[in-house]
Structure formats: structure tokens, C-alpha cells
Design a protein around this ligand. Structure first.
Ligand code: PDD
Length: 287
């Protein structure tokens, strides 16, 4: 992720990031008691913003935190934040924590005021070398909790998994639960075998990825069917192509898994079609 841009959002007000202050008793800090979102912005326009707000609402409801803003107000704030940072291509991080209490009680006080924080970072298109080469991944057992459908700020599990992936020389961890594919440590996963594309269904084991839905739309436009079903670990290990998808990376081809080549060890033919159509869809939605 690129460095933060200078202006942030704190409790409804745009402030320089260096001046943004929250209480050390904030439950986001003490307990990871909050929800976040990452929204891509292309040419100053947030991409699939409503889907991100819907997921944010679901996460807040799961934690029993009242949403501090209406959809309409959120939209205004996001646009203020984009404008304050000069528009263009960027990612927006939004966090809503339950707020700061009077002390440190596991059980939250009633009627707390949530803390709302947002900042932006530059989103550069993937470098040509990366598109030529693809990325590497390591399969790791999923050590996270049972509610991975909630976009919780308590991310120490994926942090540990990313560190382990790096130790193995890999760019991303692809997580399995026993013989079943869960998801990437910060991405949705697609597997291609014999020309058929599969991705696992929504469940408590994985985040309902917005980019996964974008990839589904892209495949639809390409008239390529998508099988939404559980994927076995051995299908990963014998895949012709593997793709990961996320708001910050769009869709990328995994060309090496556990130090073995995936397919021919280079971005596959279906991924190339996916990439071109993904760019076309972004352009269509921006227009
Ligand atoms: N992460 N699964 C996990 C565990 C993720 O953390 C992410 C994204 C995804 C993809 O979701 P989406 O397509 O909605 O971005 C799947 C974001 C980008 C992050 O934490 O930075």
C-alpha cells in the first residue's frame, strides 16, 4: 500500500492527517472493536461505492454499532475526502470504531459515540512487469476466527499470515481450512481448470469481496460461466490458472504457488481476457 495522502476525515470533518487525533482509550485501538472498508477510486470517482456501504452496514450491524451516517451523508463525505486530496486514482480507507470508553471494559458502555476515520492513498495501476510475471502465493492454514465475513479491524491473523508468506518468498497467502480453499489473506481467489473458472461461495469463512462480484460481471460480459462452489485444496495445486482479486489490486494472476509453477508459470489466456475486460468495465462504469 502506498503512503497516506495529506488530508483525512475525522468525525465528519476534513483535517490534515498529521493533526488527526483520537483517544488511546478508543476501542478500535484497545480491542480492534470496529469495522473498516477500502474503496477504490478511479479518476476521482469511487468504484462500486454502494456495495461497499452495504457491506459496511452489515459489519456494523453484526457488531451492534449504530451506523453514524446515512448512505447519502457517507457519499458526501467520501467525495469531500477525494476532493481534499486532489482526485485521481486512489484508495480510500474508512474505519468506524465503537468509540472511546471511560476505561477498558470488554463489555461496551451503552450509548457510545463511534469514531469515524478515513484517509486516502495513491492507487497506481499494476506495473507492466507485474502483469507479465504475475505474483507468487503460499498456501497456509487459515488461523483466523469463525466470522471472516465481517470486515473487522482486528487483523492480527492476516498480519501473521502475510509475514509467514513473505518468509516463504510469496506475495500473498492463499488460505485453506483443511482440504477446502478459504480465500486470500487479503483477497478473493479464483481457480481455472480445463477452461472452467470456480470461486468459493459466500460464508462465514470469507469476506464478501466486492471485487469478486466485479470479476463475476467481467466473466459474464465475456460469456464465461463462473462456478460458485467449494474448491478443494488439490484443485488449487493442479490449477491451470489462479487469480486473486481485491479493491486495491483489481485481479492479478498467481503464477507460482508454494514455489511451483501454476500452469505454464505465466499469466494464463483467460486471465489476459479478464484483465482487458476488467479495464473496459471500469471505463464503462466511470462514464
Ligand atoms: N482487503 N478477503 C479478505 C480477507 C480481504 O481482506 C479482502 C480485501 C478481500 C477482497 O475484498 P474486496 O474485493 O472487497 O476488496 C477478500 C482489503 C483490500 C484490505 O484489507 O486492504
Amino acid at each position: 500500500m502506498a503512503d497516506a495522502l495529506p488530508n483525512s476525515l475525522l468525525n465528519g470533518v476534513i483535517v490534515p492527517l498529521i493533526d488527526a487525533r483520537i483517544s488511546p482509550l478508543d476501542r478500535g485501538f484497545l480491542f480492534g472493536d470496529g469495522i473498516y472498508e477500502v474503496v477504490p477510486v478511479y479518476a476521482g470517482r469511487p468504484f462500486r461505492l454502494d456495495a461497499h456501504f452495504d457491506r459496511l452496514q452489515d459489519g456494523l450491524a453484526a457488531l451492534e454499532i449504530a451506523n453514524p451516517h446515512s448512505h447519502a451523508r457517507w457519499t458526501e463525505l467520501v467525495h469531500e475526502l477525494i476532493d481534499a486530496n486532489g482526485g485521481g486514482d486512489m484508495g480510500i480507507y474508512l474505519e468506524i470504531s465503537r468509540g472511546a470508553g471511560k476505561g477498558r471494559d470488554f463489555l461496551p458502555e451503552r450509548g457510545m459515540q463511534p469514531t469515524v476515520f478515513g484517509f486516502c492513498f495513491r492507487l497506481a495501476p499494476p506495473k507492466p512487469e507485474l502483469l507479465q510475471r504475475g505474483i507468487s502465493a503460499a498456501t497456509l492454514e487459515d488461523i483466523r476466527w469463525q466470522r471472516c465475513d465481517i470486515k473487522s479491524v482486528a487483523l492480527v491473523g492476516p498480519v501473521m499470515l502475510k509475514i509467514e508468506a513473505r518468509r516463504r518468498g510469496a506475495d500473498e497467502a492463499i488460505l485453506v481450512r483443511g482440504e477446502r480453499l478459504a480465500e486470500g489473506s487479503s483477497s478473493a481467489v479464483f481457480v481455472v481448470r480445463d477452461g472452467r473458472v470456480a470461486t468459493p461461495p459466500a460464508s462465514h469463512e470469507r469476506l464478501p469481496s466486492i471485487t469478486r462480484l466485479v470479476v463475476a460481471d467481467v466473466l459474464d460480459a465475456l460469456k464465461l460461466p463462473l462456478e460458485v462452489r467449494e474448491v478443494r485444496r488439490d484443485e488449487l495445486l493442479t490449477a491451470d490458472e489462479i487469480w486473486i482479486a481485491s479493491s486495491t489490486r483489481e485481479a492479478l494472476p498467481v503464477t507460482s504457488l508454494d514455489s511451483q509453477a501454476v500452469g505454464e508459470g505465466e499469466p494464463g489466456p483467460l486471465w489476459r481476457r479478464l484483465f482487458d475486460e476488467f479495464q473496459a468495465l471500469k471505463q464503462r462504469e466511470a462514464d
